[in-house]
Design a protein. Structure first.
Length: 254
């Protein structure tokens, strides 16, 4: 079990590390960070761990600041001296909320709960989901209603090279090089778009297959993608998504 600990209090980090060593022998500590900035950088440059232990208050902000700035796909176990954040915590992909000082039995109970969740999503259940999807075929968005100023127009999905987020807004770039504001955010667009033709590269970009102009390997198994029309900066596929991206390119995902 690969874990990271995001904790700005050294005694609390030391205690949690010791509890993991003593009571969770299969736990491997990949990293320890005490700030939003350092945690964000590590999470975006490395594969997602099996679980993230995270304090609420960090050296340069809060855990919720971090969650607004980056996507954490791993289950989160919050560790804090305060109980007033429990509701917010469970809205944020959390499977546990441990009050300091952390007790060994509460730690192991929470990790057993995590194992239970993993068993719930077993292959047989996945096959059931795939069967349901085959019975009820997915329908994907074919056009968007665009509003800019006093103007309204429809934009066909086939015209769109990529979607991107900037300054908390979402935009569509067409193959002709035009840019239009989009009402939906990227998380919602990911659900609406046909995965055979569109792929979520990272937190900022969803691209169409035909928008790819050039690709280059980058450090730590990442992929640099040059788009046409050009984006402000070529988007980077993270190491944890690069293998899925390559399967999509090869036609293994749809």
């Amino acid at each position: 079990m690969n874990v990271i600990i995001i904790e700005d209090e050294l005694p609390a980090f030391t205690r949690l590390k010791k509890l993991l060593e003593e009571h969770v022998p299969n736990a491997k500590l990949l990293a320890h960070h005490d700030s939003v900035l350092g945690s964000k950088k590590w999470l975006e440059e490395n594969e997602q761990p099996d679980v993230v232990f995270m304090d609420i208050h960090l050296a340069d902000g809060s855990a919720f600041d971090l969650l607004e700035q980056t996507t954490i796909e791993s289950p989160i176990i919050f560790t804090t001296a305060y109980d007033q954040y429990a509701i917010d915590a469970f809205k944020a992909n959390s499977i546990g909320y441990l009050l300091k000082p952390i007790k060994a039995d509460e730690l192991t109970d929470t990790l057993e709960k995590l194992d239970g969740f993993k068993q719930l999503f077993n292959p047989s259940q996945k096959e059931t989901q795939e069967l349901l999807e085959a019975i009820v075929p997915a329908t994907y968005k074919k056009r968007f209603l665009i509003r800019f100023g006093d103007n309204i127009k429809t934009l066909s999905t086939k015209e769109i090279a990529y979607f991107y987020s900037e300054n908390k807004a979402t935009f569509a770039k067409t193959f002709e090089g035009r840019t239009y504001p989009i009402d939906q955010n990227l998380d919602r667009l990911e659900q609406l778009l046909d995965p055979e033709h569109f792929f979520r590269l990272n937190r900022q970009y969803i691209i169409a297959m035909d928008a790819i102009h050039e690709m280059k390997t980058y450090s730590k198994s990442r992929v640099l993608v040059k788009l046409m029309p050009e984006s402000k900066e070529p988007p980077l596929v993270s190491s944890e998504r690069s293998s899925i991206f390559k399967k999509w390119l090869d036609g293994e995902l749809s």
